[in-house]
Design a protein around this ligand. Structure first.
Ligand SMILES: [Cu+2]
Length: 151
């Protein structure tokens, strides 16, 4: 009887704590009041032994949420940043992918309310190829200078 109980308890524990995907250091870029779009950055760690892809995202802060990457057009000399939508963000087995200014990001189109530094965004939900959805909540808003120069 005791043995049986122990086995069930172990199973339960592993279901609760063995997260294949862990999100850390998530934040949203603060933007001036006249700017309609922003982006979110974070680290995504895949603790499983297979590749898992981030496929889509949604949030209460924006009308349309897309996965994007930045690329430099014509090299560093003219410093023109272009961004484009990507179908998925692959997180290889047992590794971490960092979404950061100037690189991969979660694009927030059509901000529903203003976001300023020290605000928080209620949530962003991330949908992965292994059918899990992770809702990250109370995401801090930070001002980001890097990757936003328009001169
Ligand atoms: Cu973008």
């Amino acid at each position: 009887m005791l043995k049986n109980f122990f086995f069930i308890a172990l199973l339960f524990t592993s279901t609760i704590f063995a997260n294949d995907i862990v999100i850390s250091d998530a934040y949203v870029r603060a933007v001036p009041p006249n700017v309609q779009n922003s982006a979110s950055f974070m680290k995504i760690t895949n603790n499983s032994d297979k590749t898992i892809s981030l496929l889509s995202a949604n949030s209460n802060i924006a009308k349309n949420v897309e996965l994007h990457e930045h690329t430099m057009s014509n090299g560093m000399s003219n410093g023109m940043m272009k961004m484009q939508q990507v179908k998925e963000i692959k997180i290889p087995a047992n590794s971490t992918v960092e979404l950061k200014p100037g690189g991969l990001h979660v694009m927030l189109f059509g901000l529903i309310k203003k976001i300023k530094p020290n605000d928080t965004v209620d949530y962003i939900t991330l949908n992965f190829s292994d059918k899990t959805s992770l809702k990250i909540t109370n995401i801090p808003v930070k001002s980001v200078m890097m990757g936003m120069k328009h001169k």
